[in-house]
Design a protein around this ligand. Sequence first.
Ligand code: IPE
Ligand code: IPE
Ligand code: MG
Length: 256
Amino acid sequence: MTTFLKKKRKRSLNSSESFSDIDTANLPYHVAIIMDGNGRWAKKRILNRIEGHKKGVEVVRLIVRTCREIGISILTLYAFSTENWQRPKTEVAALMSLLKNFLESEQKDMLDNNIRLNAIGQIERLPEDVQQALHKTMSLTKKNGGLMLNLALSYGGRDEIVRMVQEIAARTKEGKIDPDLITPELVSDFLYTKGMPDPDLLIRTSGEMRISNFLLWQIAYTEIFVTETLWPDFGRQEFLQILKHYQHRERRFGKV
Ligand code: IPE
Ligand code: IPE
Ligand code: MG
């Protein structure tokens, strides 16, 4: 059984900052973001796609900071999909190097600000040096109880579901799981997101109306917002605006 107490985080706002029209008692607990549009942002400026990814990392910093300040508990960022391995080698290498730099440069900020880093996906497929930086930062920050920054890396929803089925099937074969006792809660416990409540809010930038293999099981009742803004142009104000819209949505969960 998944037992994850939704403990409200204390906000750490400066009095100069204002989230005045947002009800901080009714924030999404878990926000997930499909950060899309880096390549198009660069193309519009006749720049290399990599420049778009670089600008994208700056926006990641900004949104992490905003989530921490306002009191979001989990921020899951789709940073690299299982399909993204099929991009040109140079782009994949650049993304991996940006990821490693990000982990190294943000370590201090995470420690100073009580942020816990977590990763979901096929971590073992990442380059050795990236895996090392990742494990080091995760282990250094594992006791932090503030914002959880959850990076989806070499992540695919179908891959996650296949792994879950393989593990449950293996345990069933060994007689450790009774097939009649397989419940949605048990399934959730065999996913990368074990222990985390499902996202309340999913944001996709750059206007595409698709899920692109992200958190397929977990978004059953997630509120979805798609913005036309390309990820490198996304920012604090628009993020807060989306939080405000979220607060006006009526979540019915199939009831009346
Ligand atoms: C998102 O931006 C970043 C990753 C998928 C790693 P894209 O690189 O997909 O940018 P577009 O969609 O080509 O504009
Ligand atoms: C989704 O964006 C993956 C990430 C943001 C990491 P993509 O650009 O890879 O997705 P598609 O190709 O538009 O579906
Ligand atoms: Mg894209």
